[in-house]
Design a protein. Structure first.
Length: 118
């Protein structure tokens, strides 16, 4: 993954956002800008106790495992493309039923989800 790995957990008072998919440098820059100052973005493989977990559409089984692994985090299913065309039907609807807290389309709209974890 093209993530700057940080020690986990995040420093006190700084929200930790775990990302489960590769990010290009320009995508990471947009994400950090949207999250605002103080947010810490980390690879999900090293992020302990994240406040927010970003995932791309996945199987219901994977979502169930993510929910078990990140019980206290808000899980947001996001489309990493910049296309505004997205649907809440099909696999996304099943993921929401399986435990995802939100679905967003690119460009990411995650600051509200992060605020909800506070």
């Amino acid at each position: 993954m093209n993530l700057h790995l940080i020690p986990s957990p995040a420093p006190a008072g700084r929200p930790l956002v775990a990302v489960t998919f590769p990010l290009r440098p320009e995508e990471r820059a947009v994400l950090l800008q949207l999250l605002g100052p103080g947010a810490v973005v980390a690879d999900s493989r090293v992020a302990e106790h994240p406040d927010l977990v970003l995932v791309t559409p996945c199987s219901v089984q994977t979502m169930t495992k993510l929910r078990e692994q990140y019980r206290d985090a808000t899980i947001v299913v996001t489309d990493t493309s910049l296309s505004p065309a997205a649907s809440r039907t099909g696999p996304v609807a099943r993921l929401l039923e399986a435990g995802a807290d939100e679905y967003t389309t690119g460009p990411w709209v995650v600051p509200q989800a992060l605020e909800a974890t506070a």
